[in-house]
Design a protein around this ligand. Structure first.
Ligand code: PEP
Length: 249
């Protein structure tokens, strides 16, 4: 039985008062907690506030990135220890916006995932192709390279503890969603590739879909056999929409 997860990536949105209001609305929401783990990933400056509000709740806290270093002269960076002290238990790694604007590579994501796991954080590792790559028929090739690169030399434990997010870049923030068939095809492919690395992990690892998920398309996407949840950007900033997606699991 795989864990269903709906994670909200707030990106660079949410000051302290907006964070409080959104979380209060989410905390008042109803869903089957056994059926779905909700996660929110606010910006760094709101993590501490969010951690206090979410303490002992059914919503887990995640960060949008982290440093691979423990401490020291890394201006602008945030360590795993800092994330743990505010109550984070998840961290998004290798989001396409980090890859695009901060030149993050599969190798760096791989290193960060190992550091996150050592610290006790669950990495949500993002993969996905560009529109050009899809149009060139390279989806499986690109995603396979990302899976092999980001999961390289994972221990059995880390493999079992990881979460993958398939996020076709052409669907992120564009309103264009992959059809359930397109998404399921890549999710199934990812699970097969993971099975080649670790058969047990392939059965248990949650693979989330990300890319313009909203209440109107969530149920059909989440109904696919290899889609175990969603990484949600824009729609995670509206409590009603995020709760509707959680309840579509
Ligand atoms: C994301 O940024 O991870 C994402 C999927 O964004 P959106 O839902 O807005 O497409």
């Amino acid at each position: 039985m795989r864990q269903n997860i709906i994670a909200g990536n707030w990106k660079m949105n949410g000051n302290i008062s907006e964070t409080k209001s959104l979380l209060e609305e989410l905390l008042a929401g109803k869903w089957d907690h056994q059926r779905c783990q909700a996660v929110v990933c606010p910006p760094y400056t709101a993590l501490s506030t969010a951690g206090k509000l979410l303490h002992e709740s059914h919503i887990a806290l995640g960060a949008q990135d982290m440093s691979e270093h423990a401490s020291g002269a890394y201006t602008g960076e945030i360590s795993t220890d800092m994330l743990l002290t505010v109550g984070a238990t998840y961290v998004i790694l290798g989001h396409s916006e980090r890859r695009q604007y901060h030149s993050e590579t599969d190798k760096l994501v791989n290193t960060k995932a190992k550091v996150a796991f050592q610290a006790g954080l669950t990495p949500i590792i993002c993969v996905g192709e560009t529109l050009t790559q899809r149009e060139a028929g390279q989806v499986h090739e690109v995603v396979e390279a990302q899976i092999n690169g980001t999961l390289s030399e994972f221990s059995a434990d880390l493999m079992m503890k990881s979460v993958i997010a398939y996020e076709p870049i052409w669907a992120i923030g564009t309103g264009k969603t992959a059809t359930p068939d397109i998404a399921e095809d890549v999710h199934r492919f990812i699970r097969q590739k993971i099975a080649e690395l670790d058969a047990d992990a392939a059965e248990t690892i949650p693979i989330l879909y990300g890319g313009s998920v909203k209440p109107s398309n969530a149920a059909e996407l989440l109904g696919q056999p290899d889609i175990d949840g969603a990484l949600v950007g824009g729609a995670s900033l509206k409590a009603d929409d995020f709760l509707a997606i959680i309840n579509a699991v």
